[in-house]
Ligand binder design. Structure first.
Ligand code: C5P
Length: 290
């Protein structure tokens, strides 16, 4: 079975509090995008499932998040055997785009169909929690408000049609390290999450774009912050309606209403960066065969 695993961006990201279990309570508006990995999931050849990809440094076998998800599915449902997963990686890794979580979510959707379990999208996303905080959203796709660790999801109206330019600068940010730098009481600026939700309800792309905000940008090292700001400025100069960093970064994205302007941004960023992409909002995933 072949599936696409869409990346996500954060239209907003807010951190509400640090929890006793070491995680943080979040409030984020998440949006699936058409940049995607392509997965093939088949019954395993050997006794244990394998995970292979076209990136040699990604973990194979049981250490890959895709296999963690397959094991979580078997545990939760008592259904399904071992599976071999092969991944054509298109989503940059360690980028704030939930690439690994998208692959894990795609494996859950595949197993839901292969086994005939036919769990609902919400039931399947609940199993995804075990593989990581972003996996439940990646199971559903589309547009959603994510709260709690990221697993409490409320579907939202879709982002109006637009062109999205993504640019990942060539450094990686450790998510746990970035969380450890956040002092929740010292966050001065926060996103207007309610305003973004209202703009989505009104189908108002400009209203969403001018409210993009990610509190992680304020705790980046100054030289990293400067690079993120430079990319954002270039996107805005080219005509983006708004620009922000996604997740724990470092990918920056801009929302455009005009394709020619998005193309221009893509070309200009392409002069300095290798990982630049033009994509669009993606809708909800099909989680079962029926
Ligand atoms: O859930 P996931 O494995 O993706 O999280 C990776 C790390 O990010 C966690 O170990 C934790 O340090 C941090 N995290 C957090 N609060 C969240 C999600 C992740 O502190 N809501």
């Amino acid at each position: 079975m072949e599936l696409t695993a869409n990346a996500k961006i954060n239209l907003t990201l807010d951190i509400l509090r640090r929890r006793e279990d070491g995680y943080h309570d979040m409030r984020m508006v998440m949006q699936a995008v058409t940049l995607a990995d392509i997965l093939t999931v088949v019954p395993a050849q050997g006794a244990e499932g394998a995970a292979v990809s076209d990136l040699r440094f990604l973990p194979t076998g049981g250490k890959n998040l895709a296999q963690t998800a397959a094991a979580a599915f078997r545990d939760a449902t008592g259904l399904g055997g071992q599976v071999d997963v092969s991944i054509q990686k298109r989503i940059p890794v360690c980028a704030g785009l939930a690439g690994g979580s998208a692959d894990a979510a795609a494996v859950l959707r595949a197993m839901n169909r292969l086994t005939g379990a036919e769990l609902s999208p919400l039931e399947l996303s609940k199993i995804g929690e075990r593989a990581g905080s972003d996996v439940p959203f990646c199971v559903l796709g589309g547009t959603a408000l994510a709260e709690g660790r990221g697993e409490v999801l409320t579907p939202l109206p879709p982002l109006p049609p637009c062109h999205i330019v993504l640019c990942k600068p060539p450094f990686s940010v450790s998510t746990p390290q970035l969380f450890s730098r956040v002092n929740v009481r010292k966050i001065v600026r926060r996103p207007d999450t309610a305003g973004v939700v209202s703009a989505l309800e009104a189908g108002d792309l400009t209203g969403v774009a001018r409210r993009l905000y990610n509190v992680f940008e304020d705790v980046l090292e100054p030289r990293r912050q400067a690079e993120i700001n430079e990319i954002k400025s270039l996107l805005i100069d080219c005509g983006a309606l708004g620009a922000s960093m996604s997740g724990s970064g470092p990918t920056v994205f801009g929302l455009f209403d005009r394709e020619d302007r998005a193309q221009e941004a893509l070309e200009r960023l392409g002069e300095s960066y290798r990982d630049v992409f033009l994509c669009a909002p993606a809708g909800k995933n099909k989680c079962s065969a029926v």
